[in-house]
Structure formats: C-alpha cells, structure tokens
Design a protein around this ligand. Structure first.
Ligand code: BES
Ligand code: MN
Ligand code: ZN
Length: 499
C-alpha cells in the first residue's frame, strides 16, 4: 500500500474517504469540528439524532456529505476522551483501516493521526499508524486455491499532521513504520508456513534471499561446521529428524568498523514434536510456530537494513527440527555443549535451550555490545504472563529496562522476570554439569537460568515469546512480535527514535 503525509483542512480534501474521530458521547474531534462547520452542522446534527455514540470500535459511513469535496466521510468511534491513550489510538486506526478496506474506497485520508495521545508526539503517531495499518491488512492465503477477494482494496492512505512544520519528522517516522511493518510481515509469513515447507533449509534460503534487498550479508553453517565448532548440544536436537540443521549468520554492518555489534539470536525449531518426550496431540500443529524467535530476528535484520541503521547488528539462528526418529536423543543422554559444559537431557522437549546455548557461545566471537535472544521457550511463560506480555530476563538491569522501554514505545510490551541465583539449584544433575529441565515451579525462570550459564561473558537479555508470537483459536496465526520491540530498541540505540 502507498502512503503519504499531508496537512490541511478536511473539507478541502478530494479523496474517496475522509476519516474523522468521534469521542464518546457524540463529541467530534478537532478536525471533525472543522468539517462540521464547513458542512453547516451536518455532522453534529447527525450525532444529536443519535446515529452514532462514539463508542470505541464503532463506525459510521456517510456518502456525499454537502460542503465537502470527498466522496465519503467515515466516522470512527474513539471511546471516552479522558481514556484515550496509546491502545485506544492504535485500535481506532485499525478499525478505520479495516472498514476503509471493506467500503470500496481506493484511498483514504486519516485525520486520526492528528489526535492528541498523552506523552506521544507526531512521529510516534505516524510510525505506529503506518505499522498498525499495514499489519491490519496482512493476509496469509498462500495455500488457499481460491483466494478470498477484497472487492476494491485500499490502495492509498494519507496520514494527516496538524502543522506543516511536522512534515519532515513525520516522513521519517513513516519510513520507519513501513520498514518495521515489512519486518513483521516477513516474520508472520515464516511463522505461518507449515513445518513441511519451512524447514531449517528453507529458513537458511530465506536468510540468503534477504541479501538481495541490500545492506545484509549471510552465511550458513552446515552440520559438519557445527561438529567442528563442538556444538554438541545443538546437534543432539537435530538427530531425530531427517532435516539437516542449519546455523544462520546474518549481518548488517551499518556501524563504524570496530564498533561492537548487537547480536540477536532466534530459536529456529521449525517443528517441535517434543522428540522422544513426545508432546500430546492436541494443538500440536501450533509447534510449527516454534521458529518464531528466528523469524523475528530475520524480520528485525531486514528492517535494520531497510532503515540503514548506523549500527552493526548480527542475527544468529540455530535451526533444527525436533523429531522422535530412531537416532533421536533419549532422556538421560548426556551431551557436551560448545562451551564445554555437559548437559543431562532429562526431557527432549526442552530442546530450545539446547540449541540456544550453543548459539550463545558462538556469539562470544563477535565481542558483542550485548546479546538478545528471542525464543518460544516455555509453556510456563504463557501461564505466567498469558498472551499480553513477553517474558523478559536479563543479566544486566539497565539492558532490561531499555528493552522494556522499547516494548512500551512499540506497544509490544515485555515484563521483567527474576533471574535470581536461588533458581539455579533446580538445574542440578547428579551426572552432568546441569540438567536441561528444572521441574514444574517457575519453568520460564529455570529455562532462562539455564541460558544464563552460557551468557556470562557479555550483557545479555532473553525474551520468552511463547505467549506472544502467535494467536490460537479462530484468529490463529503468527503475530510478528517481538519485531516492533526489537526494532524500537535498535532505533533507540542508533539515536533515531523520535518520540
Ligand atoms: N516450544 C516449547 C514451548 C511452548 C509450549 C511454546 C507451548 C508455546 C506453547 C518448548 O520447546 C517446550 O516444549 N518447552 C517445555 C519445557 C519443559 C519440558 C521443561 C514446556 O514448556 O512444556
Ligand atoms: Mn519443546
Ligand atoms: Zn520448542
């Protein structure tokens, strides 16, 4: 979809549809007031008659409103003015875009981006509006032989800023929103692809394909390379599958030479059957999303390249399939990780940490500024935080605060969990340096504790996205989280995040 930024009065817009916000109860937003005057109180009369209350989520489409130059006016309910914050703003934009896409208007002019949102300025409103608009229109119908046609899809969206002085900053923010949305859409596509298509080899090909877009370099390590590096833990996970494992290294060298890189690591289990500790059958199909961490890292790198961030960013993706083949790891097996530490595999379904630990060791060679791993790591994290917040763990509190802040800004929120030594006890093994599980209590914390043992040499954070990377039920599908959080973090490190 095409975007543009403009300022100007609503009654003067020649367009298929002008979108105006209405607060509860029946209070026009400022641009609405202006339009109302130009239309000789057409809008206020209509509200007074009770045609619309302004409740959040509601819309009213008007045709050929006298005194305007546009074909339609779409009124969008905003809820109570006092309660109008980030979430309400984003929901209103999503509602507007959804109905624009259904009304048959080819283009729309969004006056919602002019609304005041507490603590958020023009760039934030524009960046997030573009992001929400694009993710609202996202579809995944690659495997439908009959595509669900949208009659006359929305082709162009104009975002309005109040003052001409804001145009330049708004343009820059728009470009950021578009890059982040493209990264999210890549992550969602990869997540939604089934396990028989999106294999470790497929992920590696996609990473190589990203190089064509410019600003990225890719390298793929094969099984024999991983053997040479001593990645015994990662390799043990791939043993039960016919699919060979891959280790993807994707780089965006946008910073000064010698500037320490930010390393992002994504869990790339393309299907998690549980292995010999086989998962129960119900909803096992959702384990195709177990590479969502990897997908978000690829998405964040694509966005970094597209935004030409003046940073060195490295994406690492250990990719494997967890299957119960004849050569699969058995419970009780002991493996040696790249770090030299030995691991007793008590449950083959705790495989994410087994591939991530070797990637964390591999990251040391880059002398990183910091390392952030992203993984659909534990069901326990879903129990703790549900589908709202991503679990955030870190060995450095200021890095944790920074990431939590990026999540707030991006409206892709994460909540910090403890990583206290007291929990390390649970990982004791009588036979090896550690076990790969720590029992039922605090399952997401002990998983993070396990990873922390491989991340001692640098500042490190871990994002458990088991509850946030995809949706179940009738809206089943990948969400693209935490691409917004990661990209906001990077933008802020590059000093390019405009409030
Ligand atoms: N990929 C799963 C985590 C998961 C489960 C994500 C449900 C989303 C929904 C991970 O590999 C796993 O199986 N974890 C186990 C760990 C346990 C064996 C210690 C879990 O959470 O049950
Ligand atoms: Mn598992
Ligand atoms: Zn898994």
């Amino acid at each position: 979809m095409e975007f543009s930024i403009k300022s100007g009065s609503p009654e003067k817009q020649r367009s298929a549809c002008v979108v105006i916000g209405v607060f509860e109860t029946r209070k026009l937003s400022l641009p609405g007031e202006i339009l109302n005057k130009a239309t000789d109180n057409y809008l206020s009369d209509l509200l007074r008659r009770g045609d619309m209350e302004g409740k959040a989520g509601t819309t009213l489409l008007l045709h050929k409103v006298p005194g305007t130059l546009c074909e339609r006016v779409l009124l969008v309910g905003l809820g109570k003015e006092r309660d109008f914050r980030e979430k309400e703003y984003l929901d209103a934009v999503a509602t507007a875009v959804r109905s624009l896409n259904e009304t048959g208007a080819f283009d729309g002019i969004l006056y919602l981006s002019e609304l005041a949102v507490k603590k958020r300025g023009v760039p934030w409103r524009i960046r997030q509006a573009a992001l929400v608009a694009l993710s609202t229109l996202y579809r995944f119908d690659r495997f439908k032989s009959k595509k669900d046609p949208v009659r006359r899809p929305l082709r162009k969206l104009t975002l309005i800023v109040e003052s001409r002085a804001d145009l330049a900053a708004a343009e820059a923010a728009l470009a950021q929103g578009q890059a982040i949305a493209a990264g999210m859409s890549l992550a969602r596509d990869l997540g939604n692809l089934p396990g028989n298509v999106c294999t470790p080899g497929y992920l590696a090909e996609q990473a190589m394909g990203l190089v064509k877009g410019g600003g990225l370099k890719a390298e793929v390590l094969e099984r024999k390379d991983m053997e040479k590096l001593g990645m015994g833990s990662l390799l043990s996970v791939a043993r039960g599958s016919r699919q060979p494992p891959k280790f993807i290294v994707l780089r965006h060298d946008g910073g000064k030479p010698g500037q320490k890189p930010i390393v992002l690591i994504g869990k790339g289990i393309t299907f998690d059957s549980g292995g010999i500790s086989l998962k129960p059958g119900a909803e096992m199909d959702e384990m195709k999303y177990d590479m969502s961490g990897a997908a978000s890292v690829l998405g964040a790198l694509q966005a970094s390249a597209q935004m030409k961030l003046p940073l060195n960013v490295i994406g690492l993706v250990p990719a494997a399939e967890n299957m119960p083949g004849g050569d699969a790891s058995r419970p009780g097996d002991i493996v040696t990780s790249m770090s030299g530490q030995t691991i007793e595999i008590l449950n083959t379904d705790a495989e994410g940490r087994l591939i991530l630990c070797d990637a964390l060791s591999y990251a040391e060679r880059f002398d990183p500024e910091c390392v952030i791993d992203v993984a659909t790591l534990t069901g326990a994290c879903v129990i703790a935080l549900g589908h709202v917040a991503t679990g955030l763990f870190a060995n450095n509190d200021s890095l944790a605060r920074e990431l939590a802040g990026a999540g707030e800004d991006a409206w892709d929120r994460a909540w910090q969990m403890p990583l206290w030594d007291d929990y390390q006890e649970q990982l004791k093994s009588p036979f090896a340096d550690m076990a790969n599980i720590g029992g039922r209590p605090a399952g997401s914390v002990t998983a993070a504790c396990f990873l922390s043992r491989f991340a001692k040499k640098y500042d490190w954070a871990h994002l458990d996205v088991a509850g946030t990377a995809w949706k179940s039920g009738k809206e089943k599908g990948s969400t693209g989280r935490p691409v917004p959080l990661l990209t906001h973090f990077l933008l802020s490190r590059a000093d390019l995040l405009m409030e």
